[in-house]
Structure formats: C-alpha cells, structure tokens
Ligand binder design. Structure first.
Ligand code: AMP
Ligand code: FE
Ligand code: FE
Ligand code: ZN
Length: 274
C-alpha cells in the first residue's frame, strides 16, 4: 500500500486552531504515515508534536515556517529536522517574538484611533502563548462583532492596505536559510505557487542554500504540481508537500487534500543527516 505524508500543518503553537494532539489524531485517522507539524517562527511546539506522534502512532516531523522578506510581499521558508534547542535558533526566534508583540501593540493602537478598543490582554489570551499574528486579531475582531468574517477583518482593517496594518519585522530569506542549516535542519521553499515569479525566485533561493520546494500544496492545480516536480527534477531539489492546514482558523479545512509520497520524506530525513 502506498504511504503518504502531509508535511505542513499548523497548530495552536502559532495560528492553527488544533493542538498538536488533535492534528496527529486527525492525520492518523485520514491514513497518513507521516505528519509535519509546522508553526510560524517558533519551535516551542516541538516536544508536544513529538508526544502527539507517539500518542497516536504516526511519525511526526517537528518543523518551523519562517516568514521572510521577498521583493513583493513575503516568502516562507520551512525548516525540517532542526535542533529546536540550538542557541542561535532559539535567540533569533525570541527576538522575532518580541517584535511580533511590539507590532501587535502598534496595530491595537491604530484600531483604537478608529474607535475599536481591543486590549492586549484579550489578544494575548487568544494566542495562548503561541506566536501572535494577524489571524488572532482577525478572530477577535469577528468575535467582537466588529466585522462579520475573518476575511472582512483583512479586507477592511488589517490587510496590507488596511488602516490598522503595521508591517512585521522578518528575516531575509538568506538569513532564514542559514539559520535553519546552522540548527542542523533542511530549508525548503514553502508554497512556491505563491511566489511572484516562481522559476526565478526558486533559482535565487536555491542559490542562497534552499534544498527543496513544497511541490505538492493545497492551492496547486495538478498542472502546478507537475510544473514544480519538473523544476525539482531539473535542479536536483528535494520535494515536500503539505496542506498548510490551519484547522478551523481559516475558511476551509484542507487536511487530507495533499498527499506527499512517503519516499520523499525518506530523502528529506537523509538530507538532514548529511
Ligand atoms: P502576520 O504574520 O501576523 O502578518 O499574519 C499573516 C497571516 O495572516 C498569513 O499567514 C495568513 O494566515 C493570514 N492572512 C493574511 N491575509 C489574509 C486574508 N486576506 N484572509 C485570511 N487570512 C489572511
Ligand atoms: Fe499561518
Ligand atoms: Fe506559509
Ligand atoms: Zn503555513
């Protein structure tokens, strides 16, 4: 029987709505052999991710998704098989976390100027110790009845062009790739379908040390996936894939939509050992 993996699922350690335990339970029930638990800019969920894998009898790869600057918007770099206790990694993530909190304070101040009062305490409580981001704020705005949907929160208030938007301090892609490698991990270009110029951007990021691309992804058409698999073959890159499921934090539940052949997981793990 073919074995499959979903190597990109978020949890409550960042902006997902499921705990690592719930994600592992669901992935196991869907028949996956392996699961990548990825959270934004944090390794704090690694122990819980491993424990969830043991509890539900599914191989779990703890991973990180680092936000980086790109020419247009953002580029995310996934890091698999990192040492979550690596001092440089831990120190950098702590710095990013403080920056996220400072940024949220600025966004709450801007909302205050618009007559929308949300306390830091309420927002912090919703994030529950996880890496705090606009999705948390969007959820709170919806819960308070300020906007009818999470999507509306982005469109009218906190999206890139919204009146309460403040940019986030992020690493450059080069810094993120080097950091993942320093921590013994494998840097992978996340969701290349969302790159402004996929071919050129992949080439640039590979030159900076990225070792693979997330060729299978929930927003891809089958033709997109074929295109990325061909790029990976030509450039001799690792191939990963994942749903990028955020639980019910985003509109649709995409766990189970993406199936990465397990052989690619073995290549990924072998690359980490190099
Ligand atoms: P942040 O890292 O705090 O800037 O938040 C970025 C995250 O917000 C993205 O990873 C998405 O999960 C979410 N996001 C951005 N734009 C939208 C949107 N228009 N609708 C829903 N979620 C969005
Ligand atoms: Fe997210
Ligand atoms: Fe991403
Ligand atoms: Zn993601």
């Amino acid at each position: 029987m073919e074995r499959y993996a979903d190597l990109h699922v978020h949890t409550t350690f960042s902006d997902g709505s499921f705990t690592p335990d719930e994600v592992a339970r669901r992935a196991r029930a869907l028949g996956f052999a392996a699961l990548g638990i990825c959270d934004h800019d944090t390794v704090e969920g690694f122990p819980a991710a491993r424990a969830a894998g043991v509890a539900h009898g599914i191989e779990v790869l703890p991973a990180i998704e680092l936000s980086t600057k790109a020419t247009a918007g953002q580029q995310h770099i996934l890091g698999y098989c990192c040492d979550g206790t690596h001092p440089e990694l831990v120190a950098t993530l702590r710095r990013l976390r403080t920056a996220r909190e400072d940024r949220m304070r600025l966004m709450l101040a801007k909302l205050g100027e618009l007559g929308i009062d949300i306390s830091t305490a309420d927002l912090w409580a919703l994030a529950d110790g996880g890496a705090i981001g606009r999705p948390h704020l969007a959820r709170l705005l919806q819960e308070r009845g300020v906007v009818p949907t999470i999507q509306d929160a982005f469109v009218t208030l906190i999206g890139r062009d919204g009146p309460a938007f403040v940019p986030k301090l992020v690493l450059t892609a080069e810094e993120a790739i080097a950091l993942i490698k320093a921590a013994g991990g494998v840097p992978i270009i996340a969701h290349p379908i969302h790159l402004a110029a996929p071919e050129a951007d992949i080439e640039r990021l590979v030159a900076a040390g990225a070792m693979g691309i997330e060729a299978y992804y929930s927003d891809n058409t089958p033709a997109d996936t074929e295109r990325f698999l061909a790029i990976a073959r030509r450039a001799n890159l690792l191939v990963t894939g994942g749903s990028d499921c955020h639980g019910t934090a985003k509109d649709q539940l995409c766990l189970g939509m993406v199936h990465l052949p397990y052989a690619e997981v073995e290549k990924l793990k072998a690359a980490a050992g190099r």
